[in-house]
Design a binder for this molecule. Structure first.
Ligand SMILES: Cc1cc2nc3c(=O)[nH]c(=O)nc-3n(C[C@H](O)[C@H](O)[C@H](O)COP(=O)(O)OP(=O)(O)OC[C@H]3O[C@@H](n4cnc5c(N)ncnc54)[C@H](O)[C@@H]3O)c2cc1C
Length: 388
């Protein structure tokens, strides 16, 4: 199916085509095989890095492509649409790479960005805590000054890809914050640090990326692992969280495209009443509805990314949330319709769609849940009073 990206420049259209070709060479069968055998997608990750796709939004002087989040989101969307979504792209280049590029010192950028860009150094991201959950104002992981450096203590949960990561960008709060308000600080913690333990969480999602609970017990890190300033607060954090939401939308939109393509291909050829089942409106209309809603969702993704790339962090915040919401919905609905269009075949491993039902739901839960986005849009966009 042709997907027209009418607002995008020629270079991005070419980028999309190149990524689609590379990721299509791996495809859904590769991802399924790695997921079910407990393997990693290292070859694909390195291939994407080698071609400059992982680092497309990072500054050229640090090994990146000098593009924007619009480009990185296009890369992830195309990989997902080819059946090979890479969850760690949401984390390593989009959150960690962006925060370091915007707030790191020159030395920190030299140290981490080239590896993030070419895929040889992967960074996970840890904000979620078991007790705070969606209320990240309540995180309790603390960073206490210790001579020249810091000591970190706390617990994080559902942290993706820690087994594949060289370091984790940990959101902590300074121990002396007296206001009670979130005063986040960001530390790059190597995964082999003493006192740092990652415990795998058994998940039902069929995906190659694993999830972990982190136990951070008296982990000592030098002063130069603090990215940005101690008082930079929420602004520094959102430099990474808006790209995360835009990438979440791209991940979901790509997955929805993959599911829709598979369904359309199937209903054009499957015949049970002497003509393809796609001729029946009961099958065609749900697919047509998905197509319309998918294009709406992709437009929100493109708008959010364009605002971010234009430096409008405030406007990007609103649209990144709405784009993430729309992406989560369309991925769930598209996979559901795709499975249904396949009849019994939709539930087999051979057709590879049933497992996507669960994977698509991730877009409704993370990185920020559907309800928290509705809360945000209600209070921020519509000016409604808050219940919490
Ligand atoms: C596969 C996966 C990968 C993840 N990767 C990472 C990662 O790499 N790094 C990281 O830091 N985190 C990660 N997360 C965590 C993710 O961001 C959280 O799961 C998510 O923010 C929701 O938090 P919670 O699970 O604690 O749910 P809870 O906060 O306990 O919420 C449970 C339910 O209650 C609803 N709810 C909560 N508060 C309200 C309210 N005020 N109004 C209405 N409804 C409400 C929520 O919408 C949700 O449906 C990941 C999660 C998953 C599942």
């Amino acid at each position: 199916m042709t997907v027209t990206a009418f607002t995008e420049p020629e270079e991005r259209t070419a980028l999309r085509a190149a990524v689609a070709k590379l990721a299509g060479g791996y495809g859904r069968a590769y991802i399924e095989e790695k997921s079910r055998s407990g393997g990693r997608t290292t070859e694909l990750w390195q291939d994407m890095g080698k071609h400059g796709y992982l680092g497309v939004s990072l500054p050229e002087e640090y090994g990146g492509g000098g593009g924007g989040i619009s480009d990185l989101a296009a890369v992830l969307e195309e990989a997902a649409a080819a059946g090979a979504p890479l969850l760690m792209m949401v984390v390593s280049p989009a959150i960690c790479g962006t925060v370091i590029a915007r707030y790191g010192t020159d030395e920190q950028k030299q140290r981490w960005l080239p590896g993030i860009a070419d895929g040889s150094f992967t960074m996970a991201f840890a904000i979620t805590e078991p007790d705070a959950g969606s209320n990240s104002h309540n995180i309790t992981t603390t960073a206490t000054r210790d001579g020249d450096g810091w000591v970190l203590n706390g617990r994080k949960t559902y942290i993706s890809g820690v087994d594949e990561a060289d370091a984790v960008l940990v959101v902590a709060r300074t121990a002396d914050a007296k206001t009670g308000k979130l005063k986040p600080c960001l530390f790059v913690v190597p995964t082999d640090s003493e006192g740092f333990e990652a415990q795998r969480i058994p998940m039902e999602i069929v995906a190659p990326e694993e999830q972990f609970t982190l136990f951070i017990d008296q982990v000592r890190v030098p002063a130069d692992t603090l990215v940005g300033t101690e008082d930079g607060g929420i602004v520094q954090l959102f430099a990474g969280l808006n790209p995360e939401r835009i990438m979440g939308a791209a991940f979901s939109n790509g997955m929805a495209r993959y599911a829709l393509d598979k369904a359309v291909e199937y209903v054009k050829t499957r015949e049970v009443w002497g003509q393809p089942i796609g001729a029946h409106q009961g099958i065609a209309h749900p697919l047509a509805k998905i197509k319309i809603e998918l294009e709406q969702s992709r437009l929100l993704q493109q708008k959010a990314a364009a605002l971010y790339d234009a430096g409008d962090d405030f406007g990007a915040g609103e649209y990144a949330n709405m784009a993430k919401y729309a992406g989560g919905e369309i991925a769930c609905n598209a996979t559901d319709v795709a499975v249904h269009s396949h009849g019994g075949n939709g539930l087999t491993q051979e057709y590879g769609l049933a497992s996507m039902l669960l994977a698509a739901r991730l877009g409704r839960i993370a990185p920020v849940s559907r309800e928290m986005i509705l809360n945000f849009v209600g209070s921020h966009s519509l000016g409604l009073p808050k219940s919490y």
